[in-house]
Design a protein around this ligand. Sequence first.
Ligand SMILES: Nc1ncnc2c1ncn2[C@@H]1O[C@H](COP(=O)(O)OP(=O)(O)OP(=O)(O)O)[C@@H](O)[C@H]1O
Length: 492
Amino acid sequence: MQAEETLPEFDLALLRQSKTLGQNGDAVVIAVPGAMVKGIIEAKYTDSLMKSFSEVLAKPIENLIITVDESLAWQDTQPAATPAPPAPPTPPNPPAEGNPTDGSVSTSVATGSTVSSETSGETVTTVTAQTSQPATPPLTGTVQIDRNTGLNPQYTFDTFVIGSSNSFTAAAAESVVVSPAQAYNPLFIYGGSGLGKTHLLHAIGNYALELYPESKVRYVSSEEFTNEFINAIANQSFPEFQANYREVDFLLIDDIQFLQGKEQTLEEFFHTFNTLHTARKQVVITSDVPPKELKSFAERIKSRLEWGLMTDIQPPNLETRIAILRRKSAQEKLEVFDDVLEYIASNISSNIRELEGALVRITAYASLTGNSVSLDTAKEILRDFITSKNSREITPKMIVDETAKYFGLQSEDIMSTDRSRTVVNSRQIAMYLCRELTELSLPKVGEAFGGRDHTTVMHAVKKITNSMNEDSTTYQSVTEITNQIRRAAREA
Ligand SMILES: Nc1ncnc2c1ncn2[C@@H]1O[C@H](COP(=O)(O)OP(=O)(O)OP(=O)(O)O)[C@@H](O)[C@H]1O
């Protein structure tokens, strides 16, 4: 690549899996682990790779042959804790002259400054590069959702950490932006709670607007889609509703399982989908289960959802969890010791939202006390936060009951529409804890609090996250209530 050119870290992570195989006349042959990475390289990097190879080999390279080698499985590495200082990427090593497929040269195609380090006795190579301006981190701060697109600018590909549990899905997500409405339409992403589905959906939308600024992108949660549909019928504004969803280039629908049992909305979704698909517009859908497990969805709808590519996200392994924590703390400019990050990552394994919750606790403590947190202190802070294997599942009811008890209220007060200060604060803390300690999505938490909108829950989560950093009373209340809830779950 050209020295002045920089690659987004997300692409570097994908390219890191590729190898230069050899050179034949004016062609260089590289191998990549899958068709999606091939598509991304072809669309975005062919010219710059050929230019780079020409410079390194000191002869014109006119062709880049990209082969797929599925044995180039994803290797989890621990990326650098913070983005490296801007450094010009170095060109790839020269490929061997001769038989392009003899595999004699095995060089990562990814360019960038390379740093070797020892992990578990194995040398791993971390490729770093100047990244594009990192987005404001999702941990704290105000969320500014774009009204027209529904997109959260904080969720981008650059803030998404790739590991073996999500690399295929991440490549698929980028592919549908690079080549919209081609091979993977719809793209159907499924997986457990808090594993990054919503993040990827927004990243697709944000990247689509970056590549095609004139395109129309719409992100919508299934709950919002349902509400807008109901309102459109009630207000006789159905044509506007239809135009809003049927005249877009990218439709991104989150948590489709929420439409289970809502027959009319499902029917409307079906027609919206058909219109967009026929017009060759990209549709991306997320769900907690694969299409065939979507209860009460008609067969014709399920089969449509299976037309394109279905891909799942698995819980991240230890290395990826550490990498995510490092990325989050680097974005937030937080100084958290490595052993503390490793402790959090080793003890929270299934939900990234919970990982973030633990990091919030640690950093709130550090910001309130003005001290860095040692491993021993972290263990103490997180003692009750980290789930014991024998615990019963934590339910919204447990959270509401314990929160009410702590503030000397009745559980009914929290569920009521009372707007007095103490009740609002308690309700917001209970919502925050529901999001952190249960698998429930934002709409589901809203439902558990008597049918409140998911944006109310989102606001509560942000508010409590922020005030934990600024106000020791909130920090203390949240910590003590969590401890009580954990205890209640253990003793139940
Ligand atoms: N690979 C990743 N890299 C960085 N952050 C991640 C990654 N995966 C998840 N996260 C973060 O974890 C949090 C939860 O992710 P997200 O909301 O996308 O999960 P989800 O799968 O949509 O969950 P749910 O089904 O409960 O809505 C977000 O703050 C997101 O930014």
